[in-house]
Design a protein around this ligand. Sequence first.
Ligand code: F6P
Length: 320
Amino acid sequence: MKRIGIVTSGGDAPGMNAAIRAVVRAAHTKDLEIVGFERGWEGLINNKCRLLSPRSVSGILQFGGTILHTSRCLEFWTKDGLQKSAETLAFNRIDGLVVIGGDGSFNGAQALSKETDIRIAGVPATIDNDVYGNDETIGFDTAVNTAVAEIDKIRDTAASMDRVFVVEVMGRTRGFIALAVGLASGAETILVPEVKFTIDDVVGTVKQNVQKGKKSGIIVAAEGIGDTRELSRDVEKLTGIESRLSVLGYAQRGGNPTARSRYLAGAFGDKAVELLLEERINSIIVLQNGKVTTISLEESVRNKKPLDLSLLDLARMLAT
Ligand code: F6P
């Protein structure tokens, strides 16, 4: 193995730059050349790439986003897009490819693996934390901390004005962010797509809390549960307590990565290079019970990561 490619794909996540830096520097110490593809899969389709050196990744560790840029590229998913990508890899004499991204990016990597023999190593980086076989993705801790800091501020208004706030967090169709944010911010209710609920359940909890003497409350809702504006309106209508919606949005995806996200980026990036040099199957780097290890790419994309529902019970108990 002489030359490896690196691409960041899908939604950016805080710590992607730290991961690029780690891969480039780990590869350099093993005498490998590194080619960075730009704007995700688009860079593979259009052969947009540049050589990366240890110096070219200086001063990026602490910044969110990705210096390689990223995109959601629909063309990649066509037969033509996949073939062009495979051709670009061959043209650039790439022997192994590091894909930094989330679940969707790994599905893309799996599709690409049908068109090329080049070995692929996935590095999980997404705020959603929804990669099967992996306890924590790069960027998740940063997003959760950002959201918790915002809710701490929102509580000031909630408490001062005796209001309920529905706070919508990201996570696409999954509730990992909502669960962690809700637990860490002491939310009175946490709504995730994985657990069905009715408006009566939500209203019932608000009313019970009022009876217990709580005059305000936070409902953390994953974006995947549906219309949070309607939810907030219904809460106000059915409880008589003022309710407001706060959508935290893209702020969760940006900002300086926490130490935790940077640490994971360093450990995952180094392991990705090791994996490309040693293993024969396409794999992703994962954290399992505190240990950095690997699982096959195929296994990861075939399965759905379960949400630990016992944490919902814990959050409910602690918020009484
Ligand atoms: O996958 C990360 C994520 O931020 C999700 O939480 C969110 O649903 C989605 O990306 C937004 O995607 P886009 O960047 O395409 O608007």
